[in-house]
Design a protein around this ligand. Structure first.
Ligand SMILES: [Fe+2]
Length: 373
């Protein structure tokens, strides 16, 4: 039996569903292991610990499989591992988030900050990324369940490292890129909560104060002993390729490479979080938003590397085409993530073997994806 995986809100879960990924609390303790059947009381307990979303095995795949195909057919062995694999293991992610939190809280309390631990964690992440033959991300894959800032910091680091590895950076360079990326927003630690977490609209002077987190971040990272190339990530991660960013309005390659990489990872993760949070999750729209910004905000070369690791519609996911036909994604076009290969199901045919047709959307102008199911 082939099962996929999907992330759902805890309120939407039904008892009897299988958990598809280990669940940890914010201290790194495992609460529920993969394969556990969720019972009513678990749902309540998980809610009490503040967990809002989790990965479950996706029953909808089974129904597609049973109703539409013969045994030989829909998913081959390779695809059974998909659609969603963790990019880094959950324990490392939690450790990283805790470490970023510790550094930010300690720094704002004027206590001693130790950067060795975070370098170790980044090294561990790099090892995990390097051990994969191919890194393909799905849009919601990096989202987890903890405090946004720390989760975002780890995501930006992982995304930046994926690009760094693609650019064949050496291990020391990757260590600096990953660590600087993880602490890119550390300057926020010295901005008062009254401004940072203000629920109402910011005044222009408050907004200017928040913008200073880049410069504060650079000072902090230099002070706690990060190499210059890592500290510069904090300083320049809000510069834009066309020169319209801050704090120095640097343009093009005047912006250090690591900051150009982190700039894309930062915006990408923020947009996908926003969409997941508002439940307006449309991979295509996120992709288009990023691609549009690519003309002005981002280095096109870095952007190309980034996009080549993105899959909008993971293998095994269900899509609806402009013709209203339903299909299942069975393959990807690496540089055209919006045009994957789809197995389209035909209605009303009795001969099982011919119930579907495989179409490479990059080879046709007339068929495109309009929705997911
Ligand atoms: Fe920032």
């Amino acid at each position: 039996m082939v099962r996929g995986m999907q992330k759902i809100y805890i309120n939407d879960i039904s008892p009897g569903t299988f958990i598809a990924k280990d669940i940890y609390n914010s201290c790194g303790t495992m609460l529920v292991s993969k394969g556990t059947v969720i019972m009513d009381r678990f749902i309540k307990q998980l809610e009490d610990t503040g967990i809002t979303e989790l990965f479950v095995e996706d029953a909808s795949f089974e129904s597609v499989e049973k109703n539409s195909c013969d045994d030989s057919g829909l998913f081959d062995k390779e695809q059974q591992k998909l659609p969603i694999n963790g990019i880094i293991n959950e324990k490392t992610r939690i450790q990283a988030q805790m470490q970023v939190k510790k550094i930010m809280v300690r720094y704002s309390a004027h206590s001693h900050v130790n950067i060795d631990k975070i370098y170790k964690i980044v090294e561990n992440i790099i090892e995990q990324l390097l051990s994969r033959s191919e890194i393909i991300l799905t849009l919601s894959q990096l989202r987890s369940i903890d405090d946004y800032t720390y989760e975002h910091s780890v995501n930006v680091s992982v995304l930046s490292l994926i690009v760094g590895i693609d650019m064949s950076l050496g291990k020391e360079a990757l260590g600096n890129l990953g660590t600087g990326a993880m602490l890119h927003d550390i300057g926020k630690a010295v901005i008062p909560d009254s401004v940072l977490k203000k629920p109402s609209k910011l005044t222009s002077s408050e907004f200017n104060e928040i913008k200073k987190h880049s410069e504060y971040g650079y000072e902090i990272l230099s002070k706690i002993g990060l190499p210059e190339e890592a500290a510069l990530i904090a300083l320049h991660h809000h510069e834009k390729y066309d020169g319209s960013g801050y704090p120095m309005k640097l343009k093009g390659n005047e912006i250090p490479l690591y900051s150009r990489i982190v700039a894309i990872a930062d915006v990408y993760d923020a947009i996908s979080n926003d969409r997941v949070y508002k439940r307006k999750f449309s991979p295509d729209k996120v992709f288009r938003q990023i691609a549009q910004l690519g003309n002005t905000h981002f280095d096109p070369e870095v952007m190309g590397k980034f996009v080549s690791h993105l899959t909008l519609y993971p293998n095994g996911s269900g899509v609806i085409l402009n013709t209203n036909h339903k299909g299942i994604i069975i393959g990807q076009n690496r540089f055209l993530p919006q045009s994957p290969v789809v197995r389209i199901f035909r209605k009303g045919r009795s001969d099982i073997g011919n119930r579907y047709t495989d179409v490479d959307l990059s080879q046709t102008k007339f068929l495109y994806i309009t929705d997911t199911f």
